[in-house]
Design a protein around this ligand. Structure first.
Ligand code: MN
Length: 499
């Protein structure tokens, strides 16, 4: 996906001139040690870069300008080893455009009981220095992450990494381009939204191309390239006999390959990070893109069905956040329910487009009628998804704000074969339970489309929502419907006042 080591977090230490050169040298040496340890920690996916200790408002301002302009810098980790009077930080923080993690740590883990003297006390002041820094950010109403604990503690590093991955997703959105092939599925509400507000808030742009623009590219694909891609299909998937060379439906596979190549070329030429399509809007296309969408997603493109650009963008960001982790992220839809009182669960699927990054085992490549859209039967990858912890995330447009909604779920390894179901599917149990989880999702206005993640936690998305400065709503193990309804009501008031 994305090589996260190419992205940098700048490690920034605040101080002042009060302590004299000798103390400042020690501050710098300690900061270098911490930055180097975080950088080489296998728990942290990005590069951590030490920056010289900041002692004046001018130095702080200049650093923040540099952060804003540095292409690969995705945010800063700030730590006040000593006391850094925080009015010095106002100018810099006012212009800082990238996420900030406040690391509330200390160079020494333990108090040296027998040796502690006033020199030690003057040097190791983060317990109060970081409070001064925290105050100014709270006073300025800045959303940021606070991580508390000893810097060598694995839990602290994991916490930093969660935020770093969210920052990588956020960084990826800035200036990102998403393309819609055709408009929205007619009359659908939740997939609509304010694309101007989204660009202002999230930093990505969404624009529509008539399907004809895509069809033109698809029609220019060469037979030689199609032949090569069909060989890839044969190599990576188990093809039904009808799709094999000489099989009765081979022409469908050839057409599917043509569509994938055309879409891939269009996305590459336009420098797009994701796309949507609409089965109602496919003039000139022979099939709805099934395997094409599945494979493009697996290669890191965001996707949303039926014109759902908010989910397409979210799928892309979550794929970046999960780069290098085991498991995948996919476009998903709550499709149908199993209401057996002993074993209630959701079957998630889509007409076709579930990302093969979440497949358990080798997908089956097959062709079946779609039933809607009035096009030729599309080729798709069919597979099951393994059990384990997962989540669904959705962004909706509330009119005066965006809401990022997350439901933690437990995926269930399927015990039935589902021999007649020709689409990829997932089974899961929502937390805290089926009744509460689904009721909370519906009360929060969550979409039927989500990004399903096997490798991200609610923590990644909470940090991401803070960076985007949007509302974050979690449905998890502790969700209680009475409290949840209050949270939504109170949040409404909060966003009225703050809009
Ligand atoms: Mn759908």
């Amino acid at each position: 996906m994305v090589d996260l080591k190419k992205l940098e977090l700048w490690f920034v230490t605040g101080s002042q001139h009060l302590y004299g050169e000798e103390t400042l040298k020690q501050v710098a040496a300690h900061s270098q040690t911490i930055a180097a340890a975080l950088n080489s920690s296998p728990k942290i996916a990005v590069t951590v870069v030490y920056k010289p200790v900041l002692k004046t408002p001018d130095e702080i301002y200049a650093l923040c300008q540099e952060v804003n302009n540095a292409k690969n810098c995705i945010g800063i980790i700030a730590w006040m080893h000593t006391f850094s009077p925080a009015k010095m930080w106002i100018g810099g923080l006012k212009i800082l455009q990238k996420p900030l993690l406040h690391l509330h740590t200390q160079f020494n883990r333990d108090i040296p009981w027998n040796d502690i003297d006033m020199d030690f006390m003057n040097l190791n002041q983060s317990a109060h220095g970081d409070r001064e820094f925290g105050f100014i950010m709270t006073r300025m109403r800045l959303r940021r992450k606070v991580v508390v604990g000893y810097w060598e503690d694995p839990a602290v590093q994991v916490n930093i990494n969660t935020w770093a991955r969210a920052a990588a997703g956020w960084h990826d959105w800035q200036g990102a381009r998403f393309v819609r092939f055709g408009d929205n599925m007619r009359q659908v509400a939740v997939t609509e939204g304010d694309k101007v507000e989204a660009e202002m808030k999230f930093g990505y742009s969404v624009n529509t191309h008539g399907v004809g623009d895509l069809v033109k590219v698809i029609n220019e694909v060469t037979d030689a390239d199609i032949e090569k891609l069909c060989a890839v299909y044969e190599d990576q998937y188990k093809l039904t006999d009808t799709l094999a060379r000489g099989g009765s439906q081979r022409a469908s596979l050839v057409e599917a390959a043509r569509i994938e190549l055309g879409m891939r070329y269009f996305l590459e030429q336009g420098n797009f990070k994701g796309f949507t399509d609409t089965f109602e809007d496919l003039h000139g296309m022979v099939q709805l893109p099934g395997i094409a969408s599945q494979r493009l997603m697996a290669d890191g493109y965001g996707f949303g069905g039926e014109g759902d650009w908010k989910t397409a963008a979210l799928v892309r960001a979550m794929k970046v956040m999960g780069s290098g982790l085991k498991g995948g992220n996919s476009f998903m839809e709550d499709y149908t329910y199993h209401f057996d009182p002993e074993n209630q669960m959701v079957l998630g699927a889509h007409m076709l487009e579930i990302c093969s990054s979440i497949a358990h085992g080798q997908p089956l490549c097959s062709v079946h009628p779609l039933g809607i859209g009035g096009k030729a039967d599309p080729v798709r990858l069919v597979f099951n998804v393994a059990g384990g912890p997962a989540l669904n995330a959705s962004i909706i447009d509330m009119g005066n704000r965006f809401r990022l909604l997350v439901n933690e779920v437990e995926a269930i390894t399927p015990v039935h074969d589902l021999p007649k179901l020709p689409v990829a599917r997932v089974l899961w149990k929502p937390y805290p339970d089926m009744q509460t989880g689904c009721a909370a999702w519906i009360l929060a206005g969550g979409a039927h489309h989500t990004c399903y993640s096997q490798n991200l936690t609610a923590g990644h998305l909470e940090d991401f929502a803070d960076m985007a400065q949007v509302e974050y709503v979690l449905i998890g193990k502790k969700t209680d419907l009475y409290q949840f309804k209050n949270e939504l009501r109170w949040s409404d008031v909060y966003y009225q006042i703050n809009s």
